[in-house]
Design a protein around this ligand. Structure first.
Ligand code: COA
Length: 595
């Protein structure tokens, strides 16, 4: 490990990348604190208080003030290959189908993204959305490059190493690219094929989306998936809306069709992302619903099955069932929870002895759907319906006493989504997954999902209290070390999925399986006698009733700001450690050596 450093993370928000760096660099032994980039004077104050050895900026929307970068080593994480500059790095790479992309760590200088290069990391570019790539390859690459850069700091200070000025890097493929405008993202439904439409929407997903129109109403499109025209509609004109499925709309392209899962309507009272059929509820009601197939027959063509939020399959020997669910952004609305509940009921009827709950690749789950709640006529009533619905899912998992269940976390999990995972007998997470097993950041929400039963029985009362009140992100391997989850392995997504299946097969074919299942059923029965699950739920919901209907509006205010993405106006104290009372006297800072 490199020498321990005092690192200030200067960031626009505590996004997934900032969370990963915060947890990983802290685990590496560095002293890490966070300041949101709110105003130059606030940044200057934070730097004066913390006197960092290095400032790392994982996600900024504006330049670092000169007063800071001139006096303190400031490393910027740019989500592009060496030489790439500009605010739409990944957007251009995805839209123009670059075969490979990268992340570069460079030193802040007057010109944005043009400072000397400290480290970089390259990766092959998948056909995936910008948000998905950012959360996976970009985040992993950024961590590797930041670690490499930090290891160079002592040599740089001693004058033994210098970052490479961009002008001297002759093989740099990147170049300055302007902000990608909506005109460059525009969709021409009459002439563009599905591949081009998918690439354009993916390049703009999760932000800003592609400006388009549905039912003659301006809106932005997100969450696109390949589709096929249904029988009888093979000759529909491109642009025609053909069908609906679980919140998504099927729209004809020049050579086929694509599913659009989410839209944002600027003109509506709810100018944030919603499932397409909810945003256009009246307009889409007449479209035919094309039901998704939960369990496809062996050998079925995936292209024929099309977009599915839920999919169930079994291994050839029939011992193992895998229920996959992929909810956009990990948010689970009342309707989505009910569909998942029905899928669990289906899986329960199958003669398997082990069931893997394979959540989303972007996020395993982030709990109840705050956007659909915000858009409901009564957000309090919808919060209530949603929490009851997700509790029902947890209860169904806890009730599967005739088999073992495994939660396989390929992606991050937050709030209720973490506790949903704990409702399974085994919780396995991919190396690099970040968990946020707490609710308080959402306006002091108490939380449900049987957490008062599930959390203490895994980590004990004291640790449960600490996890809930610290409200900090936790790496999967830290979660495994403290018993919150059972194991963490497989850094790549493919490795992880293969290893989950291999391990689950071992469980399913273990001669002691019947004994494990019997033990599980016994333990559940004993726990039920001690305190029924209904009592845990009632007590949690009692607190949630106060959050939803009580005199303190904190949850409703926090949800509004979360959904509407209000700008940050201060850094929470649990992240800005340098603002704690009693923070040690700063060391004198060293000016950045002249290049
Ligand atoms: N409902 C609706 N949307 C959600 C969501 C939820 N529960 N959780 C995350 N999202 C959306 C975000 O709005 C964002 O949308 P975008 O695509 O428009 O950018 C996207 O998912 C990614 O979330 P983001 O907050 O940017 O990810 P992150 O990695 O920085 O942080 C969390 C992850 C889980 C810490 C954070 O998303 C969060 O606090 N979510 C809310 C969890 C919660 O309180 N759930 C309700 C109680 S169970």
């Amino acid at each position: 490990m490199a020498a321990a450093l005092r690192i200030l993370l200067l960031t626009h928000s505590f996004n997934g990348l900032a969370q990963r760096l915060f947890t990983e660099l802290g685990a590496d032994g560095h002293e890490v604190s966070v300041e949101f980039d709110i105003a130059d004077s606030v940044t200057e104050e934070a730097v004066a208080l913390f006197a960092p050895d290095v400032i790392v900026a994982p996600f900024l929307k504006r330049a670092v003030p000169e007063s800071v970068w001139r006096r303190h080593l400031t490393l910027i994480v740019h989500p592009g290959i060496v030489g790439d500059r500009g605010p739409s790095a990944l957007d251009w790479a995805i839209q123009e189908a670059e075969p490979a992309w990268g992340v570069t760590v460079l030193q802040a200088e007057a010109e944005m993204d043009a400072g000397p290069v400290w480290a970089s990391h390259a990766f092959p570019l998948r056909a995936a959305s910008k948000a998905d790539t950012y959360r996976n390859e970009t985040t992993a690459g950024a961590l590797a490059a930041v670690r490499e850069a930090l290891a160079r700091v002592p040599d740089w200070r001693a004058g033994r190493w210098q970052p490479r000025p961009l002008a001297e890097i002759s093989d740099a493929r990147g170049r300055l690219r302007a902000l990608m405008r909506q005109a460059e993202r525009a969709l021409d439904w009459a002439h563009m094929g599905s591949a081009e439409i998918l690439a354009r929407i993916r390049a703009a997903d999760g932000f800003p989306g592609v400006a388009d129109a549905l039912f003659d109403q301006a809106c932005h499109l997100f969450d696109a998936h390949p589709g096929r025209r249904p029988a009888g509609r093979e000759h529909a004109a491109p642009g025609t809306l053909l069908a609906r499925r679980d919140g998504a709309l099927l729209r004809a392209t020049a050579d086929g069709a694509v599913w659009i899962g989410h839209v944002r309507r600027a003109d509506s009272p709810h100018p944030f992302k919603l499932p397409a059929t909810l945003a256009f509820a009246a307009e889409t009601s007449a479209l035919p619903e094309l039901p998704a197939t939960l369990m496809a027959p062996a050998g079925a063509d995936p292209a024929e099955l099309g977009y599915r939020e839920l999919a169930y399959r079994e291994t050839d020997d029939g011992t193992l069932g895998v229920l996959s669910f992929e909810f956009y952004n990990g948010a689970m609305s009342t309707a989505q929870c009910r569909r998942l509940l029905a899928a669990i009921a289906f899986a329960r009827g199958r003669p398997t002895r082990v069931l893997v709950l394979d959540g989303g690749a972007g996020f395993w789950s982030n709990g109840i759907h705050l956007n659909t709640i915000e858009a409901a006529p009564s957000p309090a009533d919808e919060s209530w319906a949603n929490i009851e619905a997700i509790d029902d899912v947890c209860l169904a998992l806890l009730g599967l006493t005739d088999r073992l269940t495994v939660a396989a976390l390929r992606g991050n999990a937050g709030a209720g989504g973490c506790f949903l995972a704990l409702a399974c007998d085994r919780v396995w997470a991919r190396e690099g997954v970040v968990m946020n097993p707490h609710y308080k950041n959402m306006g002091n929400l108490f939380g449900s999902e049987y957490w008062t039963y599930l959390l203490p029985r895994r980590v004990g009362e004291e640790a449960a209290h600490a996890i809930m009140s610290n409200r900090l992100p936790l790496l999967a391997r830290q979660a495994a070390a403290q018993g919150l989850i059972d194991d963490c392995f497989g850094s790549g997504r493919t490795n992880f999925t293969a290893e989950v299946e291999a391990r689950a097969r071992v469980l399913a074919t273990d001669p002691a399986l019947a004994a494990h299942i019997a033990d599980k059923a016994c333990r559940r029965a004993a726990d039920e006698v001690e305190k029924p699950l209904a009592a845990y739920r009632a007590a949690e919901l009692d607190m949630m009733r106060r959050n939803f209907y009580g005199f303190d509006p904190s949850y409703h205010v926090a949800r509004f700001h979360f959904v509407l993405k209000s700008a940050q106006s201060w850094t929470p104290r649990h992240l800005a450690r340098h603002r704690d009372l009693g923070w040690q006297t700063p060391r004198p800072c060293e000016a950045v050596p002249a290049p």
